[in-house]
Design a protein around this ligand. Structure first.
Ligand SMILES: [Zn+2]
Ligand SMILES: [Zn+2]
Length: 226
């Protein structure tokens, strides 16, 4: 039964990989091991989806609506816009992430894909890229949807989108890098181990506000006292 399932799994993922493999010369693509082809397929499709969606949004906001979004704002207004925009995104990311845990069907059908990597031996920056497409779109959405309410400079918007990608890789790296009030990798490791804490993205402000903050050191102290 297990063998049969494995065979079915390989065939299905092999056919998906082939769709991306068609864009490479066969002599380059075919010798690659199955797991490398799978990783490349997911990586390339995610990048294309991400940049396609973001480019469409940018086209809409900065080309069609440029009369609104190329305002000449001073440094104070600019700083306020960036802070409000990031705070709104943090609020969105906190509550969508929390809903993915609290609403069981959402966890089972979408977020579980990401939580397959739940301990220090399976967590790595690659785990950051492992998420269901629905979740990936929901995670990218605040950076674009809040442009309706808070204008942002084009380059700042691009920087935020890129930083979010880098941040996702960092936060799954199991590093010990505590830096108040940043929700660094060790806080996210706690999230992967315990599920009920540290749902935030860049900072732990939302976790602190809504009572789900757990300091990484508390796990070590707990382990010592047992
Ligand atoms: Zn989670
Ligand atoms: Zn994670």
């Amino acid at each position: 039964m297990r063998e049969q399932y494995l065979q079915q799994f390989l065939e299905e993922t092999g056919s998906y990989n082939g769709l991306v493999g068609n864009f490479f010369p066969a002599a380059l693509w075919s010798p690659l091991p199955h797991f490398v082809q799978t990783w490349l397929r997911i990586y390339i499709v995610s990048l294309v989806t991400y940049f396609l969606l973001c480019s469409l949004w940018c086209f809409y906001f900065y080309h069609w609506k440029k009369d609104i979004y190329l305002l000449k704002v001073g440094p104070i207004a600019y700083t306020i816009h960036v802070i409000v925009h990031i705070t709104l995104a943090e609020f969105w990311l906190y509550w969508t992430h929390r809903a993915f845990h609290d609403v069981k069907p959402l966890y089972k059908h979408f977020h579980f894909v990401h939580h397959r990597y739940n301990n220090k031996t399976s967590l790595s920056p690659f785990a950051g890229a492992a998420s269901h497409p629905v979740e990936a779109v929901l995670d990218a959405l605040p950076y674009t949807i809040f442009l309706f309410f808070v204008p942002m400079h084009f380059k700042t918007e691009l920087a935020l989108l890129s930083l979010n990608g880098i941040w996702t890789f960092h936060s799954h790296g199991c590093l010990e890098t505590k830096m108040w009030p940043i929700l660094t990798a060790d806080y996210h490791t706690v999230h992967h181990i315990m599920h009920r804490y540290n749902y935030g993205n860049y900072t732990f402000m939302m976790d602190w506000l809504f009572g789900t903050l757990r300091h990484p050191n508390s796990l070590i102290e707990e382990a010592k006292s047992e």
